[in-house]
Design a protein around this ligand. Structure first.
Ligand SMILES: NC(=O)c1ccc[n+]([C@@H]2O[C@H](COP(=O)([O-])OP(=O)(O)OC[C@H]3O[C@@H](n4cnc5c(N)ncnc54)[C@H](OP(=O)(O)O)[C@@H]3O)[C@@H](O)[C@H]2O)c1
Length: 267
């Protein structure tokens, strides 16, 4: 399968690193500037389209219209379009490229690079063989789930932005640990061990125990964890944190609303 990346930024690089070891895959990209990479650079979008079986839209939402305008002028016969672009529906892309194009909308995260993304997937051609192949491929880059488009805003907040929120939590731990006066890199190493250990504990036990039970196993009556958890509950930290997820979801909804109003000449 030949993969053509439009844009070679954070996301498409993650896709590339996740797939580079896979047999039978070749890669090319088109961007405004040439990057430091061994994969083929196409100076013209037309060359990228001719090369690729699967075209990944790795540009920011605000750059999508310009790229779709350019793609409209290319021969897209037999090509699949994969869009991770936040807040842009399949219908939006169809407005430019036509309804007979195979379009796969996904919401992944950067852990695709390590084959640990959680990715939502939907398509306008569920029966299409290439669409099924792409779904299988996404499954190799982590866990992939088929999801109605109406679920993409919440999914984006939890799994697309999620890594940033989890890191923001880790950053709070790090700031607290400044009291130890340890060098920054060592702090990071300790926090990494903490998060990896926690993830492993979760992974080893999640089939047999609920998250509540796993928390309970760390908590002794009247102890330090209990004191912290009581503060957590009494101050509704969970509720506040839910606000973070809601803010991200609302923003995604807003982008979908604004993003899916079509420019006059594309109505
Ligand atoms: N990053 C994430 O964690 C994540 C997660 C889920 C979904 N997404 C979605 O993935 C998409 C890409 O995000 P990103 O973080 O990878 O963005 P990014 O790092 O900013 O990369 C954007 C790329 O688009 C290229 N580009 C912009 N305008 C172009 C044009 N007119 N012609 C050709 N190339 C152009 C840029 O090329 P130059 O460098 O040459 O300017 C750059 O390589 C977004 O729509 C986002 O919603 C991202």
């Amino acid at each position: 399968m030949k993969h053509g990346f439009i844009g070679f930024g954070n996301l498409t690089r993650a896709v590339y690193h996740g797939l580079e070891e896979e047999k039978g895959m070749t890669f090319a990209y088109f961007a405004r500037t040439r990057k430091e990479t061994d994969i083929l650079f196409c100076e013209q979008i037309n060359d990228l389209v001719s090369f690729a079986d699967v075209i990944w839209l790795g540009i920011k939402p605000q750059d999508l219209n310009g790229i779709l305008e350019q793609l409209k002028g290319c021969n897209l016969e037999g090509k699949a379009i994969v869009s991770p672009v936040a807040g842009k529906s399949i219908a939006y892309i169809e407005k430019y490229l036509g309804k007979d194009r195979l379009i796969v909308r996904i919401m992944p995260n950067l852990a695709m690079a390590y084959r640990k993304s959680v990715t939502a997937f939907t398509t306008n051609r569920p029966e299409n063989e290439r669409a099924r192949e792409i779904f299988v491929l996404l499954g190799k880059l982590g866990k992939a789930v088929e999801l109605e488009e109406s679920g993409f805003d919440l999914f984006t907040s939890v799994f697309g932005s999620g890594p940033a929120f989890i890191l923001a939590f880790i950053q709070i731990f790090k700031e607290k640990m400044q009291e130890f006066n340890l060098p920054g890199p060592l702090l990071d190493e300790l926090l990494l061990e903490l998060t990896q250990g926690t993830t492993l504990y979760f992974a080893q036990n999640q089939k047999n125990y609920s998250i509540e039970e796993l928390i309970r196993n760390i908590t002794s009556k009247g102890g330090t964890t209990q004191a912290g958890l009581e503060y957590f509950r009494n101050h509704q930290i969970g509720k506040h944190f839910e606000g973070v997820l809601d803010a991200a979801r609302n923003r995604s909804e807003e982008m979908s609303r604004n993003g899916n109003t079509f420019p006059e000449n594309n109505r």
